[in-house]
Design a protein around this ligand. Structure first.
Ligand code: ATP
Length: 549
C-alpha cells in the first residue's frame, strides 16, 4: 500500500472517513441507500426491499445484485467519493447523494460494493475497535508487535487515527514520541486513580498536595484558536453546538489567542444565598438535558451551566503537557478571567490530611460528590489518556466503606413482569476483561430504575438487539438472557458486595467460578462512556482484595 493511501485506509477500517472528533456521518439513511442500490443495478425498489427484509443487511443485498461487471476500485477513489457524498447538502442533495452512491456501486466489484454500502450507512462492524488497529500498525509499520504500547500512548496525544497511521508509515518507530497537542485535535483526558482508604491518599502522594473539588458533570476540553472555539467531550466528540452559552463566555473570559483548557461542565447556578453558600450544584441528570440537537438556545436558559477549569494543556503555540501541575495551575489562573459561567476548580494546598478531610466534608455539604487530590511534584505532568497515580479521587461512597459504584455495559435483557411488562425485568451486565478484550458477565440489575429510566434505556437499546452472544462476550448457558444486546449502553450501578459465583464469568480463572456483584442498584445511564471505558476485571479484583467491599 502506498503511503498516501494509509491515512484513508485507517479511517475506512473503522468504517469512517475521518477522525472521531470530526463530524463524519454521510447523511445517508436506509431509504436513500435502498434507492441508490435499485438505481445501480437496474432493479425496482420493491425488489431491493424484499431482499433487505430477508437478509437484514443492505450490504448483502448489494452483493447479491452485483453482476460482477465493475472493475476494482482504489482506496483513493472510494475515499474521495465518500467525501463527495458527505459534502452534498442543501436542496437537491438527496438526489445527488443517490446518484453518487449508485455510480460508485456500478463500478465496484460485489465484495467492494457490500462494504461500501455498510460504510455509507455507518454499519461496517468488522468487530474490532481502534485499539486492535493500533496493534496492526505496530506489526505493519515497525515489523514488530512490541511497539503496540508506545503506539497506544501516542494515540492518546495524536487522536487522529489517520494522521497517526500516516506518520508511522512514513517514519516507523521514529514517529513515536514526536506527537504533540495540536489546536482542534483533542488529547485523551487524564484520569484519576481510586484509593481504598483515606490514609492511602497520604501514602500515595506524601507531602504537599492539592485537594480540588470534584464536579459531577461532563468533562470538556476547550480549544480556542483566535475566534474559533471548539468543545470536545471525554469521548472526543465535538460538543460545541450544545453549549453556545459557554462558547460566548470563553470568547469573553479567555483572552489568550491560542489555548487549550480542561474542565468539567456542571449544571450550576450562581448566587450568594443567605446561608453564605455561593451557588447551587444540580445533578448530572439535569445537565443531560443539554445533550440535544434541537431547542439548544431555549435550554441554555432552562439549564444554565458553568465550566470549572482545572487544567491548561496548551498556550500560544506551546504544549504544556510536560509542565508540572503547579506551573500549569499558575498559568490557568493567569489566563481564566472568572465570570458567572467560567470558574476555576476550588482547591486547597496542604500536607495535612485533617485539612483535606474538612475540605472533603465541605464539598459534600455543597452536594459535590468528592475531591481529587493532585501531586505538586516536579514530575506532575499531564498524562493524556492515563489513569494516573498523580491524581487520586476520593468520593462519598468510598467513605461509607460498604458502597461502591461500577460502570457496566448492558449485554442482555430479561423480560419484565407486572408493572414492567413490555419492558425489561432485569438487565444482564458485564465488566471488561482488558487482557482478553472481552466482556464478562458480572451481575443482573433489576432495581433502582424509575419508569422514565426504563423507558429511556429501552429506547437506547433498540437497534442493538442481536440474535446470539457476540464473540467478545463471555457468558455461561445458565445466564442466557431473553434478548441479547450488542455491548453499547453503559450504566452506573451501586453495589455492596463482591462474591464468587458459578453463574457469572467475570475474572473467571482456572476453576469454574467468576466474580459477581451482589445487591446491585441502578444509579444512572452513563451517556459519556463507551463499552471500553467501563469497570475492568482488574479493578474489581483489586477491590475484592481490599476492604471497601
Ligand atoms: P473516571 O473519569 O476516573 O473514569 P468516572 O467517569 O466514573 O471515572 P469519577 O470517578 O466520578 O468519574 O471521577 C473522575 C472524573 O471527575 C474526571 O474524569 C473528571 O471528568 C471529573 N472531575 C471533576 N472535577 C475534577 C477535578 N477538579 N480534577 C480532575 N477531574 C475532575
Amino acid at each position: 500500500m502506498e503511503i498516501k493511501e494509509v491515512k484513508a485506509s485507517a479511517y475506512l477500517f473503522l468504517g469512517s472517513i475521518g477522525p472521531a472528533f470530526e463530524s463524519t456521518t454521510l447523511g445517508v439513511g436506509d431509504k436513500l441507500a435502498l434507492k441508490a442500490i435499485a438505481m445501480a443495478y437496474g432493479v425496482s425498489e420493491e425488489e431491493v426491499k424484499k431482499r433487505y427484509s430477508k437478509t437484514g443487511d443492505l450490504g448483502d443485498v448489494a452483493f447479491e445484485l452485483n453482476r460482477g461487471e465493475g472493475k476494482s476500485l482504489t482506496i483513493d477513489e472510494v475515499f474521495g467519493k465518500l467525501k463527495e457524498i458527505k459534502k452534498a447538502s442543501g436542496k437537491g442533495s438527496q438526489e445527488e447523494k443517490t446518484r453518487l452512491i449508485s455510480r460508485i456501486l456500478q463500478r465496484a466489484s460485489p465484495g467492494e460494493g457490500k462494504y461500501i454500502v455498510r460504510i455509507i450507512l455507518g454499519k461496517l462492524r468488522l468487530g474490532f475497535e481502534d485499539q486492535f488497529l493500533l496493534e496492526a500498525f505496530s506489526i505493519a509499520f515497525t515489523g514488530d508487535k512490541k511497539y503496540t504500547a508506545k503506539i497506544k500512548e501516542s494515540y492518546s496525544v495524536c487522536t487522529d487515527i489517520g494522521e497517526l497511521a500516516e506518520s508511522l508509515a512514513e517514519y516507523g518507530p521514529r514517529a513515536l514520541g514526536r506527537f504533540s497537542i495540536k489546536l482542534g485535535r483533542p488529547v485523551r483526558s487524564m484520569l484519576a486513580q481510586r484509593v481504598k482508604t483515606f490514609e492511602e491518599l497520604q501514602e500515595r502522594i506524601p507531602g504537599k498536595k492539592a485537594a480540588e473539588e470534584k464536579y459531577d458533570g461532563e468533562r470538556v476540553q476547550i480549544h480556542k484558536d483566535g475566534n474559533e472555539i471548539k468543545a470536545f467531550s471525554r469521548r472526543l466528540e465535538n460538543i460545541t453546538a450544545q453549549y453556545p452559552d459557554l462558547v460566548e463566555a470563553v470568547r469573553k473570559g479567555i483572552l489568550a489567542d491560542k489555548i487549550v483548557l480542561d474542565g468539567e461542565i456542571v449544571a450550576y447556578v450562581e448566587g450568594r444565598k443567605a446561608d453564605g453558600s455561593t451557588g447551587e450544584f444540580y445533578s448530572f441528570q439535569r445537565l443531560m438535558q443539554r445533550r440535544r440537537k434541537y431547542e439548544v438556545q431555549k435550554y441554555t436558559e432552562i439549564c444554565p451551566v458553568t465550566v470549572f477549569f482545572f487544567d491548561i494543556l496548551y498556550l500560544e503555540g506551546n504544549s504544556l503537557l510536560r509542565e508540572s501541575y503547579p506551573k500549569r495551575r499558575d498559568l490557568l489562573e493567569e489566563h481564566v478571567k472568572e465570570s458567572e459561567n467560567l470558574r476555576l476548580a476550588r482547591r486547597i494546598v496542604t500536607d495535612n490530611l485533617e485539612e483535606i478531610e474538612y475540605f472533603f466534608n465541605d464539598a459534600l455539604e455543597k452536594r459535590l460528590e468528592g475531591i481529587i487530590i493532585k501531586s505538586m511534584g516536579s514530575n506532575s505532568i499531564y498524562e493524556a489518556g492515563k489513569r494516573s497515580w498523580l491524581w487520586l479521587k476520593w468520593k462519598e461512597e468510598y467513605a461509607g466503606g460498604m458502597r461502591e459504584t461500577f460502570d457496566l455495559v448492558i449485554i442482555g435483557k430479561y423480560y419484565g413482569r407486572g408493572k414492567r411488562k413490555g419492558s425489561f425485568g432485569a438487565l444482564l451486565c458485564a465488566i471488561l476483561n482488558e487482557e482478553k478484550q472481552r466482556f464478562e458477565t458480572f451481575t443482573k440489575v433489576g432495581t433502582g430504575f424509575t419508569e422514565a429510566d426504563a423507558k429511556e434505556i429501552d429506547s437506547l437499546l433498540s437497534g442493538h438487539t442481536i440474535s446470539e452472544a457476540p464473540k467478545n462476550v463471555f457468558i455461561k448457558s445458565r445466564m442466557l438472557p431473553d434478548i441479547f444486546l450488542e455491548p453499547s449502553v453503559v450504566i452506573e450501578v451501586l453495589g455492596t458486595e463482591i462474591t464468587k459465583s458459578p453463574g457469572h464469568t467475570a475474572g473467571q480463572g482456572e476453576g469454574d467460578t467468576g466474580l459477581a456483584l451482589r445487591f446491585p442498584r441502578f444509579l444512572r445511564i452513563r451517556y459519556d462512556k463507551g463499552p471500553y471505558d467501563i469497570t475492568t476485571v482488574k479493578e474489581v479484583r483489586n477491590l475484592k482484595k481490599g476492604t471497601s467491599i
